[in-house]
Write a protein that binds this ligand. Sequence first.
Ligand SMILES: NC(=O)c1ccc[n+]([C@@H]2O[C@H](COP(=O)([O-])OP(=O)(O)OC[C@H]3O[C@@H](n4cnc5c(N)ncnc54)[C@H](O)[C@@H]3O)[C@@H](O)[C@H]2O)c1
Length: 264
Amino acid sequence: MDLGYQGKVAGITGAASSKGIGFAIARQMLQEGASVFLCDLKQEAVDAAVKELSAYGTVRGYAADVSGGQAVAAMFDRAMADFGKIDVFVSNAGIYPQCALMDMTAAQWDTVMGVNLRSVFLCAQNAYRCMKGRGGVLINAASYAAVLASAGSGAYAASKSAVYSLTKTLAAELAPYNIRVNGFIPGVIATGMTQGVIEAKEDSLVSQIALRRLGEPDDVARAVAFLASDAAGYITGTFVEISGGKLCVQNPDYAYQNRGNSNG
Ligand SMILES: NC(=O)c1ccc[n+]([C@@H]2O[C@H](COP(=O)([O-])OP(=O)(O)OC[C@H]3O[C@@H](n4cnc5c(N)ncnc54)[C@H](O)[C@@H]3O)[C@@H](O)[C@H]2O)c1
């Protein structure tokens, strides 16, 4: 299927880590024919990602902390100066601190909310000013934690639940401007963010997944590329879960333990 990315301009936040979901989305959209701009915290990492991704097409990178209003506005201004328009914007940057709520300081809480939630609001406002009149697509990273929270990462789960809600409101408020807004819910994807958790309990994580494997960043990137494309033109205000069927039932193990025993 031609997803129609030729001539389009797509922006992705938190896309400098070559093992991360944002980088995979940037590469996928470049391969589909889009021009891409990306941001991340450190200029050095941004430059390295741009160098690697240049093999796939036209790409620019800007260092920006997505939780800051001025930095986000400057990133959009630079993208408009470089490309003249923005068709797709993916709010992907996020942090996943492991900390029980009773041990967390208010400053740590604010940091999680700033990077995971405030950024989505700031990017949506800036994307709107660039897209209104032409239309466009916003995609926001939520998490399985928005569906089912876990002890030890309560602030993260709260921020992602709020992204879930925010995405739905944005979809309604931006629909008159022909701007679609959707999100994605990764399950457990093998990236820098999840490396520690996977090392600590990979077997237990995989046992919760119907397809019995961890996800790869490209699994997410392909789904996001579809969601942001014209092929998904009637989809707004919703989320695609890319989790291999994580806890799609309480006991995904059952099907494996009873394989071959069914009389059906
Ligand atoms: N990996 C998973 O299993 C998983 C599961 C659920 C949700 N997610 C979500 O998917 C998104 C991508 O996750 P990932 O696994 O690729 O993570 P990652 O840690 O590999 O990449 C996140 C990127 O965001 C950047 N970043 C962090 N703070 C930033 C800031 N203030 N400004 C700009 N950039 C910043 C980091 O430098 C990094 O490059 C995140 O929103 C995450 O919460 C991931």
